[in-house]
Design a protein around this ligand. Structure first.
Ligand code: GLU
Length: 399
């Protein structure tokens, strides 16, 4: 097509051309566009708490602004935030991290980005268990690594050390772990996680543990961080953490990484030439989040628990749809294959929901699990109830 006044004939770099846009963000934006157009949309797409950021955290940010904390901070974050993160890991997980092993990032996503691009060379293999958070393989692509996916469906989407062992080749450099998992809500039992870490240590592999749902687990599952392992197992581990989910702070864009000093130094270079530092005001808020009262976390967890109970029963009453109990995070990940007509995919299911029922969920295929859909229950029980009615109509074809 001939270039018009408005066309720049732009062609993105090969690295970026191979990346897919984020489907989780696309689902959120589709819902937002419908809301703006006045549609009565039920948004079960957003992986975002529907709670407001706790007031004490907002107050800390306001106070930081008043006190003029509106300037650059060190790339690794303020000393106070580094200290608060180190103290939290010492207190809750018995882990001893030094200041040169911790850095604040612009969200957990940037911690993962920093970790991968500072480690991976072209052709290095990165193990990614399925289903995976959409962003993992795309960052690997950007770094010109090769994602090697591990199938886990036979074990109800829970990764085992045996599966990891089978996937390792001489080119394997890194494994990306995420427990509780987005999208499946499954939790790797700590004893199995230890075996996985032992295997990665035996093969001199690196590991990134995305722990952004750390605090949202449902008994009998327990809050557990890979930081709890003895230091030989943590030598090549990078923990990526986030304030977004735990403290309902998605828009503040603040997270952190914990990794050995060399890896952290490399990540600081990446961050020093990209975002410089996490927002100074968000860092002040994050300190209050860690050091202030934690009752808002318990309140959110209690509400997610209540919704989970209701949602799981309701979903499993829909004929053809099967959904195991999520053990953590705030997603249900039902199998909809028995609701599909011959030749249909879960993407068709998602589109029917959107077009006929104005309901947004995320296609499992985006997470490497065709035939599944992700339903976020970080939304009020009322809206969930309305959403499930609509899902039933599409699943049972009452439309
Ligand atoms: N992590 C959330 C989700 O999976 C937020 C969107 C994103 O950053 O991908 O929906």
């Amino acid at each position: 097509m001939a270039a018009t006044k408005f066309s720049s004939n732009f062609q993105s770099s090969d690295n970026v051309a191979q990346m897919k846009a984020s489907s989780t963000l696309a689902a959120m934006q589709a819902a937002e566009a419908m809301r703006t157009a006045g549609v009565d949309v039920v948004d079960l797409g957003a992986g975002e708490p529907d709670f407001d950021t706790p007031q004490n955290i907002k107050d800390a940010a306001a106070e930081a602004m008043r006190a003029g904390k509106t300037k650059y901070t060190p790339t690794a974050g303020t000393r106070e935030l580094q200290r608060a993160i180190i103290e939290m890991y010492a207190r809750d997980f018995g882990a001893n991290y030094e200041r040169n092993e911790v850095m604040a990032t612009s969200g957990g996503k940037q911690a993962i980005f920093n970790a991968v691009v500072s480690l991976i060379n072209p052709g290095d293999e990165v193990l990614i268990p399925k289903p995976y958070w959409v962003t993992f393989p795309e960052i690997v692509t950007f770094a010109r690594g090769r994602s090697v996916f591990i199938e886990t469906e036979d074990n109800g989407f829970v990764l085992t050390a045996e599966m990891v062992n089978r996937a390792i080749t001489p080119r394997t450099k890194l494994i990306i772990l995420n427990s509780p998992s987005n999208p499946s809500g499954r939790v790797i039992p700590p004893s199995e996680l230890r075996k996985i870490m032992e295997i990665t240590a035996e093969h001199d592999l690196y590991a990134v543990s995305d722990e952004c749902y750390l605090r949202f687990v449902y008994p009998p599952a327990e809050v557990f961080s890979a930081a709890s392992f003895r230091s030989e197992l943590r030598k090549r581990l990078c923990i990526a953490g986030s304030f977004s989910k735990t403290y309902a702070m998605t828009g503040w864009r603040v997270g952190y990484s914990l990794a050995n000093a060399d890896w952290t130094r490399a990540m600081l270079k990446v961050q020093g030439h990209s975002t410089s530092n996490a927002t100074s005001i968000s860092q002040a808020a994050a300190i209050e989040a860690l050091n202030g009262p934690q009752d808002s976390v318990a309140t959110m967890l209690a509400e997610y628990t209540r919704r989970r109970e209701w949602l799981l029963n309701a979903l499993n009453e829909i004929s053809g749809l099967r959904c195991p109990q999520p053990e953590g995070a705030f997603y249900a990940f039902p199998d909809v294959r028995d609701c599909l007509k011959k030749g249909e995919t879960s993407d068709d299911f998602v589109n029917q929901l959107l077009e006929k029922e104005q309901t947004v969920v995320t296609d499992g295929a985006a997470f490497g699990a065709e035939g599944f859909i992700r339903i976020s229950y970080a939304t009020s029980l009322d809206r969930l109830q309305e959403g499930v009615k609509r899902i039933r109509r599409v699943a049972e074809r009452i439309i």
